[in-house]
Write a protein that binds this ligand. Structure first.
Ligand SMILES: [Ca+2]
Length: 259
């Protein structure tokens, strides 16, 4: 069997990725109000590679991580539907790209509609301060910021970030966890906090009408998930163009979120 790192290396080198735009739907009206851009890497044989693991592997080579993230953001904006766009951005990649003066922000500013940068607070980031600096920096540039994967098993959360972002995105695991009354009370507080501060809430992982009813009962503003799969837009694989490789890429695996 082909080595996992070799498969990742091959996919990244060949820019073998699709961009999928997942609709974000307003719960009250059913209107599609934005899309989240997601990168989907593919092996040579067409098999889908786990995006989170590809990024965990890329973290071993910061320069390459930054170059790939710049490439992905440019593609995701260039191919996006004419609608507000949510993009995932790695705080390590962001910091390195700024240091190296790589074009990480320019593509986002070029989009004709509002762009919201999704950030995950997690121990995977090499420096917790980087996340908060990125949030401040991105907001100063006039872009929106969403705190992603809130409630996910490996996610962290700081109170400062909770009150500084425009959108709070609750992880799909919240759907099951709210059967516990104490957890449900916590989510109600988070939703209330968002409302008081003028932020919006998103619940991810909506797959059934029952999930939708849970979101409604929680007072969530926006939802996304497989229930809306007929509105997903996948743009064909990016054309092959080599991303500059850098030295010292080592094998590393780990969990990560879809991007
Ligand atoms: Ca996300």
């Amino acid at each position: 069997m082909e080595d996992t790192a070799a498969r990742f290396e091959d996919a990244v080198e060949a820019r073998r990725f699709d961009v999928t735009y997942e609709p974000i739907v307003e719960l009250a009206t059913g209107a599609r109000c934005a899309y989240e851009a997601l990168a989907r890497f593919h092996a040579r044989d067409g098999a889908r590679l786990p995006t989170g693991e590809v990024f965990a592997w890329l973290h071993a080579d910061p320069a390459r991580l930054a170059a790939v993230e710049c490439d992905l953001k440019a593609e995701q904006v260039a191919r996006a539907p004419a609608a507000p766009l949510f993009v995932n951005l790695d705080p390590d990649a962001y910091a390195i790209a700024l240091e190296r003066q790589l074009p990480i922000v320019a593509p986002l500013e070029a989009h004709g509609r509002r762009v919201v940068v999704e950030v995950v607070e997690s121990a995977r980031c090499s420096d917790a301060g980087r996340i908060r600096r990125m949030i401040r920096d991105v907001r100063e540039r006039g872009l929106g910021v969403a705190l992603d994967d809130l409630g996910a098993p490996n996610a962290l959360v700081s109170l400062e970030s909770l009150v500084q972002v425009d959108v709070l995105k609750l992880d799909r695991t919240v759907l099951a966890a709210v059967s516990d009354l104490r957890y449900r009370n916590l989510v109600a507080c988070v939703v209330g906090l968002a409302r008081t501060n003028g932020a919006r809430t998103v619940l991810e992982g909506i797959e059934t009408r029952r999930d939708l009813a849970i979101a409604e009962a929680l007072g969530i503003d926006l939802v996304q998930g497989y229930l809306f799969r007929d509105q997903f837009v996948t743009v064909a694989r990016a054309s092959a163009r080599r991303v500059p490789a850098s030295r010292g890429t080592r094998r590393r695996r780990g969990a990560g979120s879809a991007r």
